[in-house]
Every structure is written in structure tokens, then in C-alpha cells.
Design a binder for this molecule. Sequence first.
Ligand code: PRX
Length: 673
Amino acid sequence: MPPTTRARTLRIQVRRHQRDAGRDAMSDKIYEVSRDWAERAYVDAAQYRAMYEASAADPEAFWAEHGKRIDWFTPYTKVKNTTFGPGDVSIKWFEDGTTNVAYNCVDRHLETRGDQVAIIWEGDDPSESKRITYRELHAHVSRWANVLRNRNVQKGDRVTIYLPMIPEAAYAMLACARLGAIHSIVFGGFSPDALAGRIEDCGSRFVITADEGLRGGRKVPLKANVDAALKRLAADAVDHVVVVERTGGKVEMDPGRDVYYHAAAEMVTDECPCEEMNAEDPLFILYTSGSTGKPKGVLHTTGGYLVYAAMTHQYVFDYKDGEVYWCTADVGWVTGHSYIVYGPLANGATTLMFEGVPTYPSISRFWDVVDKHDVNIFYTAPTAIRSLMGAGEEPVTKTSRKSLRLLGSVGEPINPEAWEWYHRVVGEGRCPIVDTWWQTETGGILITPLPGAIAQKPGSATLPFFGVKPEIVDAEGKVLEGACEGNLCIADSWPGQMRTVYGDHERFVQTYFSTYPGKYFTGDGCRRDADGYYWITGRVDDVINVSGHRMGTAEVESALVAHPKVSEAAVVGYPHDIKGQGIYAYVTLMSGIEPSDELRAELVKHVRQEIGPIATPDKIQFAPGLPKTRSGKIMRRILRKIAEDEFGALGDTSTLADPAVVDDLIEHRQNKR
Ligand code: PRX
């Protein structure tokens, strides 16, 4: 076993699941499927069981049938060609079929629903909103594709998109898909450094951005960030920057490189053919944090991804024609890719895009938007629910919400208290909650209730979607049966799965398939109860989940040690009432540097500059030394305990090189109760 793998495995063995500490992690309550729901939904309990069994018994036949839900230019004859190793890992679905994602999300709807609204856009300012029909979407996407094509964007080229939540984000994604270019969206909250790293990693010569973003009434200097990012790269690294005018704010334009979209769009028509793409041609790269090193470029391809995103969107949200569906995520994350843009549009749905934040201009904003646009299906993250809970019921109950019929949750474990509040206050007890577990890597939802089929237990993602085979393994990789707790793996491939790490297939194999050879290892801990329900307990690797955003502790550590006054840093997560997990950093300073509150503030600012505001450390503890084994390995288990203020249960510290450092750490801990 290579050393990195061994280290990972050992770490996984010693890790206790973090989120259980101090939280109401389990609930015995069961919310049965109502008769109405069993009748109206695509599948009831018996149909779920039959379809699940069919999908598990004969994946080829199951997906041969369901692959037909999208339109193919050349139909596939091969369905599944996948191996998880040991040894080679190769994942191909529908490999001899050809299609185009933009064709499926736009063109094929023109005949039957050209005048139906495809995208409802709700601006940061409540007085701004737009409704874009499928016909208008077609014109926008085609025009965008022509603007890109005029700048020599070709099939296989990478295009970085750094945009706020405006319809142009969807147009740009679909324009790339139309041309066969691979988009890489970078969340607008990432810093110039983080953006530069992502542009460089995938060798993207094209960037799409806006003058400024607008969130909660505040401007985000997107174009200025792009300028700063490009200064960090070779002078000729990027050929073209296309700038959407969002606020009209003044920005610098490099005449040889930068162009405003509206000016470029005047030169082109709104007709552009769709490139014929193989099912396994890349669709997008999305960077995500892992336990080691820099973020990985997760690569998703065309056919299987779209089939899976569309099918899960239809069944999990029980989406029916004419309904208004709203996912509050940002397109900078995978949830935005699969469940704002690709899944809903492939299904001909009406999808709502929201530019703003839940608390602006008031704490009722989500529910005001629900009433304004008669939203039927609402999908958000537990962190939003928890923060709104803090303001009490009145900001919710003063709104109507009578259009709502289904609620969803994603991104992190939802604690039963937040689940119950969401159910009782927001959904007035009548809306089922789908707690959907999945990952950037999985492309779509893997474990979730289906609202007409599966009784819900608050805090449990319940049962697997069709074709998904979860396994819980112990530290040695032994598959556990029945009620048990361990690490969550998936035994076989599903069409939405990532295919590789862009440019580094070996890293893909190492990261996901070497800990438990022959299985996809999710990085999550999981419990299965006596009813076969899955309860995700949180990450078991060095990834923390802050407000539903994934953060590698290693990334925050390298940002900290890049500061000239820092000699060493170790970062861990700790339970946080609103964010799920907070970021706790232990910092050892260079000799001669004195700790101070000013320095603490300077370090926080520094991390925000290196990565972005989402990586802001909540707590920084200056430590004269870190607890290390005699071989020099930092004992994070101890650091986690101290951050959780649980230092009574530190366990065995006798293997430490210098056990005395622990006393100092305890004395100066930042989370004293
Ligand atoms: O730990 C799990 C948690 O979020 C991780 C994936 O993060 P990311 O790739 O950013 O994708 C987030 C949106 C799909 C998982 O490894 N997670 C996601 N959904 C849930 C969850 N944990 C518990 N319950 C969920 N419903």
C-alpha cells in the first residue's frame, strides 16, 4: 500500500464522527407517506421497491430503458462499461451514443413548450425579476454560443465561468455545452488566487465574468478579481474575457482581451447549430476540496450525467409539468449545475434562479419569493434553515406559502430539530422533506426519500435511488450487514458518476478507489438502522463542511502557512450551531513574533484573500507547539477534541513527542463553554 493511502486509512480508523457531538443526531420519529402523495407521485412504495430491485438485478436493462429519457442523435447500443478495479478504474455509460446537452435542455422543448417559462430570475433587489421562455432561452444560448465561437472556442476547450446568479450563467453554461466546450465554473465568492489556480489547472484560455455581482445589497468586484487573477498567470495565459454588464460599475477593460457581452452579441445571430457529442465527451469540470493538496477538477461527461440529473430531478422532486421549482444553491456548486440548470431544463421544467441571500432585504425573503412566484418545490441547505430558525416563526408565518408542496435539503446532515422546524413551520406539516445525500463527484442525488414512496425520518437521507448500491464498511473494508455504522462506499457505478480528475486519473483512482479496493469510497461516515435507513454522520477524512460548502483543512492550512509570520498551522472543524461546522485553526508563529488580536485579524484577512470569504477561520488559537507523534505526525484527534471543548476525553496521549503541549492548548482553547 502506498504511504499516502496508509495514512488516510489510519486516519479514518481513528476518526469519530464529528457532528454527533452536542447535537440531536438521531430521531425516532417517522413521517409516513400520505395517501395523497402515494397517489400523486410517480412512484409509490411498491413501485419503488420493484424499480429498485430491477435496477440492482440488471443495471444494463434498467439503464438501457431510462437512458431513452434524453434525445440521442445516434442511439447507444452499449449501456454500461464500468470497472472500479482493483487496478484499472474506468467508467463509461452509453459509450457509443451521441447527443448534445444544450439540445436536450433547450431545442427539443421548442415545439411543445416554446412559450413556457424556462427560467424565472429573481434579482437581489426584490423589484427586479425576469421570466425567460424556452424560445427566448434558445435565442440567448445560441447568441452566447456564437459570441464564444467567434472567439475561437472549440469542442474540448475549457471555459472558466465566474459569474453571479444571473440568467447569463445558465446561458453561458448551455452555450459551452452547445459547442462542446468544457465549462469550469468558479464560485463568485472565491478569491483571485483561488480563481487563478483553477484557470491554470485546466488550461482555460477563456473567462466569462460580470462587471460586478450583487448580493444582499453589496457589490462583489468580479471583473477586478479576474484582472487580479490573470496578473498571477503568464501574460498570454488567457485569450479572451467576456464581461456581462450587471451593475454598470466601472471596470478596467483590456482592449486586446476583454469585451462586453452586449457589444459582442450585436455582431452575431441567434442561430447556432449543436455540436454532436459522444456520450463520454466531457461536459464540465468543477473543482472541489479533498483531504489532501489542492482542489481537484471533478470531470463529468455528457450522456450519463444528463440522464441521471434529469431522472433524479423528476423522481426525487416529483416534478410535474407546469410546476415552479426553486433550488436556492449557487451555480458555482454542483447543486446549481445538476438541480438549477441541467436536470430541470432537460425535463422542460420552470426553474427559479435567485441572485440574493435569504436575509435581504428582510429575513422573510425566501418566503416572499415563494409567494411572488408561486413556488411549488423548494430545495435549500440546512445552514439556511438553521439561520432562519434563529429569527423565530413570525417572519415565516406572516407569508402565505400555500403554493408549496415539497421541501428539499442538501449539502450537510440536517439535524432533526431543523428538520422538524422546516416541516412544521415552513411546510405547515403538509410538505414532505426530501433529505438528499450526494456529492460533487456523484453528479446527482444517491440517497434520498422519494416523496410518494418512502416514509421520512428526520435526519436520515433514508434509502438509495434506483441503481445505487450503498455499502457500509469497517476500517478494514469488511462489508457490514444489517444495522451498523462505518464508512460509506458505493459498490457499483451509476450514470452520473464523475469519470476522472481532470488531467490526473491516478489521483482519481487513489482518492476514491484505493482505500477500499474495488469500491467507490465517499469520504462520509454512515449509520444504517434496523429499517435499512441510511444516516450520514459527516466526513471521516480531513474535509470539513462549513455552511454546506466543502473545505479541505489542508487548503486552509497552506493559506495560513503562506503568511510570513506563521511557522505551522493545523485546521480542524468543530460543531457550529448555524454553519454545521466551524473552522478552528491552531497557529504556531515564527520565533520572535508575539500573538495579538491584531495578528489574529490579519491572519483571518489573509485566508480570505488566499481562498475567499467561505474559508474564514472562526477561531484562531496561537499555540507554542502542536501535538505530534514521535514521527512528527500532527495528532488531529486531539486538536479536534480541544476545539470541541471535549478535552476530558482526549484518549491516549502517551505517544506524543511532547505531552506538555496539550496542557497549553487546553488552557488557551477558544471554545470554552
Ligand atoms: O459530507 C457529505 C455532505 O456534503 C458532502 C459533499 O459535498 P459537495 O461535494 O460540496 O456536494 C454538496 C451538494 C451535493 C458529502 O460528502 N452532504 C451532502 N448532502 C448531504 C450531506 N451530508 C448529509 N446529508 C446530506 N443530505
